[in-house]
Write a protein of this length. Structure first.
Length: 295
């Protein structure tokens, strides 16, 4: 009679290896990463996991905690603005508002929210109109002033709903890419000392020389297209090789940053001119700038 094997237990994706010094009690330990079958990972896979953030593994504990709608600038239709909150664990020390870059959406920023919440900070954010799960024309915003107003109004609504006006905990912002200059413009449109600090992660304050040359060549056509079809979208990632650890970021079907409307191209460039000429010298909020190696 054939003997049946016991079912194989599912193995952990980590093996703890302990090493002890001879004759001593002290020792060191390291973790060997393995796949779901218990096989050690290759050097290439380890490098991928080190650099890759699988945002899908995190979910916000609160989606749309605030009933938030804004009026469409052209039709007066009310648009639902999707918003998120990860409340502080324990006593609240402050509030962090995350301002996304162009094409991105806050729904996949829960991985960033959790450590701030665990450190005692409410972490809040919205999907800008037309992006993520918010209403609006897909992949297109009317103008950046509207983005600034939407973000500020959300901050004030959060204050009202969660007693921030009475608690008076400090408020901070993280602005990523295009959200960088947007957050600094927000700071100049807010009451004095409303924001205690801003972190700018790879902020968009202009294009590199090569990209600017391409933009200058395309600009006359963009202006012409903008007259008839401002929502016409151009693949801005064409011809660019993506590293393996960022492909899942760009392959996300909700992400709109790979294809930019000609109207938003011109609007973004106008924002840069306005920022450098009129806003930069008026910024008084302390800020920290975090840039990538080739920025």
């Amino acid at each position: 009679m054939e003997k049946k094997q016991a079912p194989r237990q599912q193995r952990s994706n980590q093996i703890l290896i302990k090493t002890m010094k001879r004759g001593g009690r002290s020792g060191s330990q390291r973790v060997l990463e393995v796949d779901k079958y218990g096989n050690p990972l290759s050097a290439a896979e380890l490098e991928f996991r080190k650099k890759n953030v699988d945002f899908a593994k995190w979910t916000w504990p609160e989606s749309n905690p605030i009933a938030y709608e804004r009026k469409d600038v052209k039709t007066d239709k009310m648009l639902k603005i999707c918003n998120y909150r990860w409340p502080a664990v324990g006593e609240r020390k402050g509030i962090v508002q995350y301002v996304t870059g162009y094409g991105d959406y806050a729904g996949r920023a829960a991985y960033l929210a959790q450590p701030f919440a665990e450190a005692g900070y409410d972490f809040i954010s919205i999907d800008n109109r037309g992006f993520g799960y918010s209403d609006g024309t897909r992949g297109h915003y009317a103008d950046l002033n509207t983005v600034v107003d939407d973000q500020l109004e959300f901050a004030y609504k959060h204050d009202a709903q969660y007693n921030n006006a009475t608690d008076k905990v400090p408020r901070f912002m993280i602005g990523n890419s295009l959200g960088g200059p947007v957050s600094l413009v927000m700071s100049t449109h807010s009451p004095q000392d409303y924001w205690k600090g801003v972190s700018l992660t790879v902020p968009y304050f202009g294009l590199c020389e090569k990209d600017q040359e391409q933009m200058d060549k395309f600009k006359p056509f963009a202006k012409l297209i903008n007259i008839f079809a401002p929502q016409y979208r151009v693949n801005v990632m064409r011809g660019r090789e993506l590293k393996p650890w960022v492909r899942n970021w760009f392959d996300d079907p909700i992400y709109e940053g790979c294809r930019m409307s000609v109207g938003n191209m011109l609007e973004s460039e106008a924002l840069m001119r306005h920022f450098h000429q009129n806003v930069a010298q008026t910024v008084t909020v302390p800020f920290l700038m975090i840039i990538a190696g080739k920025e």
